[in-house]
Design a protein around this ligand. Structure first.
Ligand SMILES: Nc1ncnc2c1ncn2[C@@H]1O[C@H](COP(=O)(O)OP(=O)(O)OP(=O)(O)O)[C@@H](O)[C@H]1O
Length: 272
């Protein structure tokens, strides 16, 4: 669905993303992992057009061929079907859960979607769409709750709902489990799994139990370079990956999903 060639981003003398060749297939769930500062967020920002690359290209698959979207801005990439959730909450806090999703669905509908006085049915259509999405992400009972009153885990579900409201083909999820309690993580993992059944998903995640559990593929960035890309088990055994990032990680046989490899510099998100 989306691929990069020699994708590079430099900030002054620092190469944050270094010649990355990457491809995400239809309905594939790939996790992007790596230590703090490895370049994961920068890579996301290059895919969505939030940042322009120093070199290389981004292409998106549409109409049976590849379209060069390297110079697209975030609005253009969103219209093509690339949507992301954010590490830092991007919600309207005082608006209800339903309104947050309805506004996102309406925004995707384009300029005419705001001329609701011309089309009385449009408002209801977007609201119906929003309710169906809330149902899918398990927030139907919270439709009238202000976003700020949701639990931390529910807010992460709402962020996924907002991304889904853009009717994406490719979903980029930026640390969706950050700061979420372990019982809420199980529900979030189920949601990620379900979303990946009909979307291509690229997941940035520090919780290795989650990564090993849900991913079809794992890609590893280290100092901006893609040092491994393959099935979870093969990547876990890879000696370069062990050295750069996974040193000491072993899957927890008890199913405890608390393992977090984000390192000391950043505990991986806000408190629960
Ligand atoms: N706008 C910027 N200007 C200068 N340097 C930047 C900028 N954005 C990121 N960097 C640097 O680029 C490198 C990669 O950062 P990035 O945020 O992409 O890493 P990351 O893998 O997402 O880290 P984390 O896991 O902590 O979120 C870091 O050294 C960071 O300091």
């Amino acid at each position: 669905m989306i691929r990069t060639s020699d994708l590079t981003k430099r900030f002054g003398g620092l190469t944050a993303v270094d010649g990355v060749e990457f491809e995400l297939g239809e309905n594939e769930l790939c996790s992007l992992i790596g230590p703090n500062g490895a370049g994961k967020t920068t890579f996301f920002n290059l895919l969505t057009g939030t940042l322009a690359p120093t070199a290389g290209s981004v292409e998106f698959r549409e109409d049976g061929g590849w379209t060069d979207v390297t110079d697209d801005d975030p609005h253009e990439t969103a219209l093509r079907g690339v949507h992301r959730s954010y590490q830092i909450s991007n919600l309207f806090p005082t608006a209800t859960t339903l309104e947050n999703v309805r506004v996102a669905a309406q925004a995707h509908g384009g300029v005419d979607s705001w001329k609701l006085w011309r089309n009385a049915d449009a408002f209801e259509r977007y609201e119906r769409e929003a309710r169906a999405i809330l149902d899918r992400v398990g927030l139907a009972d919270e439709a009238d709750t202000p976003a700020e009153a949701l639990s931390h885990g529910q807010k992460r579900h709402l962020e996924v709902a907002i991304a889904l409201a853009g009717d994406p083909d490719v979903l980029l999820l930026d640390e969706p489990t950050a700061g979420v309690s372990s019982d809420a993580i199980d529900r979030l993992v189920e949601l990620i799994r379900s979303v990946a059944e009909d979307h291509a998903v690229l997941l940035v995640e520090h919780n290795m139990d989650v990564v090993m559990d849900v991913s079809d593929r794992v890609a590893v960035l280290h100092q901006g370079e893609l040092i491994a890309d393959g099935p979870p088990n093969a990547v876990r055994e890879d000696s370069a990956v062990q050295e750069a990032y996974l040193g000491g990680y072993e899957a927890d046989a008890t199913g405890d999903t608390s393992t977090d490899t984000s390192g000391d510099a950043d505990p991986g998100g806000e408190a629960a």
